[in-house]
Design a protein around this ligand. Structure first.
Ligand code: SF4
Ligand code: SF4
Length: 406
């Protein structure tokens, strides 16, 4: 929909109501569920969730999703999202909800799913609690696991600590090896920080030596209240250099190994909607479900002002129609002047509002990682375009588009 199309969805104001929202609305295509909220059994120095003032639940000590909320969530979402339903679990640390919780999840999915309905489950974990029983459940029901590890021991243990302040690498490696032995499908989530961002070769080779064929790199950008980056945050130039070097390492084995950033870019170049919301036009493809059933539009905006409803009280259709959802979704389209003339705008869409940081956090600022995106796009888009054209016969045009679909 171009900006010239009549707007079916009133998005002005942050009303909790659905009044006046008519016609088809973008579907909620996946859930990110936090069964233990932001509670974690580790104490990583760089963690976004630790001591977050805006977290509405931070004063509550015991945060676990009940079986009743889980039942209601699975029942209602399977009905809403037929025929394909995606459940992604994250935290904090989601395994703190316990093996019994996830066994119940599968029971409910089997009970409420309809014939032919496809259900996929994924879970991001720090790996500390993973044992044979967890592996058995993951393997039996084809969970896709994302395991957090930042590279070799000296890199990982620079910031990833347990509650006693000790490094976690040895324990995580036990889980990694166990998952390999038990044939659990998993990929690695590597946070790019000041310990590893200048070592792309060491990091990539470390994962490849372990036989890892799917990697996600998550750039770390946390800021002090005055807007200055915290010491472990990386610069845009460092992130750009990292991506460019990893691209060179990955390219010869691109048919075998997956690097999420380039996967998503290839999807965009092929004219498909990329898997990562950072490259979407608007922020409305998934929602977060907190431990008590509260729903938010994004994990980085679990804040009172963005609450969309609660699965115990509202239907998914109502939640999908909340004006506040459209209001949040459209914030991404407040593009910086530089984005409006950028040759990559049609693929980048201004990055992620979470990292649009001037001294004050404002949705209309330029993404902190803009320079990195430009470096990576200028390196990768050309070769990816040729590859896509070889496979599909054509690629998508990167002509600038009208920015707002709302
Ligand atoms: S690369 Fe930078 S200028 Fe271009 S669209 Fe992305 S954030 Fe905006
Ligand atoms: S704010 Fe960023 S992470 Fe959140 S939905 Fe938008 S693009 Fe995705």
């Amino acid at each position: 929909m171009s900006s010239g199309t009549p707007n079916a969805f009133p998005i002005l104001g942050d009303s909790y109501s659905t009044a006046g929202v008519t016609g088809a609305v973008p579907r909620i295509t996946s859930l990110l569920i936090k069964p233990a909220s932001a509670v974690c059994n580790l104490d990583c120095e760089y963690c976004f969730y630790l001591d977050r003032d805006a977290d509405p639940y931070k004063e509550l000590p015991a945060r676990r999703m009940t079986h009743d909320t889980l039942e209601r969530l699975v029942d209602s979402y399977l009905f809403y999202s037929y025929p394909a339903s995606t459940f992604a679990f994250q935290g904090g640390e989601p395994t703190l909800a316990g093996l019994d919780f996830f066994t119940k999840l599968v029971d409910f999915q089997q009970q409420f799913g309809r014939g032919g309905q496809a259900v996929s489950n994924s879970l991001q974990t720090n790996g500390v609690l993973i044992d044979k029983d967890w592996c058995q459940l993951f393997r039996q029901y084809h969970f896709l696991i994302g395991l957090s590890i930042d590279g070799p021991e000296e890199i990982n243990d620079r910031y990833r600590f347990n509650k006693a302040g000790h490094g976690t690498w040895k324990r995580v490696m036990q889980s990694l090896e166990l998952m390999q032995k038990e044939k659990v499908e998993f990929n690695v989530l590597c946070v790019l920080n000041q310990a590893n961002v200048d070592k792309p070769r060491d990091v990539y080779r470390f994962f490849r030596k372990l036989g890892i064929e799917y990697m996600q790199f998550i750039p770390l950008a946390e800021f002090n209240p005055d807007g200055s980056p915290m010491p472990f945050s990386i610069t845009a130039e460092q992130y750009g250099r990292f991506l460019c070097e990893v691209f060179d390492l990955w390219w010869p084995e691109r048919r075998k190994v997956r690097v999420r950033f380039f996967d998503n870019l290839a999807e965009g170049v092929a004219g498909q909607k990329p898997g990562s919301c950072t490259l979407h036009e608007t922020c409305d493809s998934y929602v977060v479900v907190e431990y008590n059933g509260d729903v938010y539009p994004c994990d980085f905006f679990v804040e009172k002002e963005w609450k969309l409803g609660n699965v115990n009280l509202d239907s998914w259709t109502e939640i999908a129609r909340r004006q506040k959802r459209f209001s949040f979704a459209a914030k991404k389209t407040l593009a910086h002047p530089e984005c409006q003339v950028c040759e990559y705008q049609a693929i980048c869409h201004g990055g992620c509002p979470k990292t649009r940081h001037g001294p004050q956090r404002r949705f209309e600022d330029l993404d902190y990682f803009c320079q990195a995106y430009k470096m990576a796009f200028s390196k990768a888009v050309g070769p990816l375009r040729k590859e896509v054209e070889k496979l599909y016969g054509q690629s998508a045009a990167l002509t600038p588009q009208h920015i707002s679909p709302y």
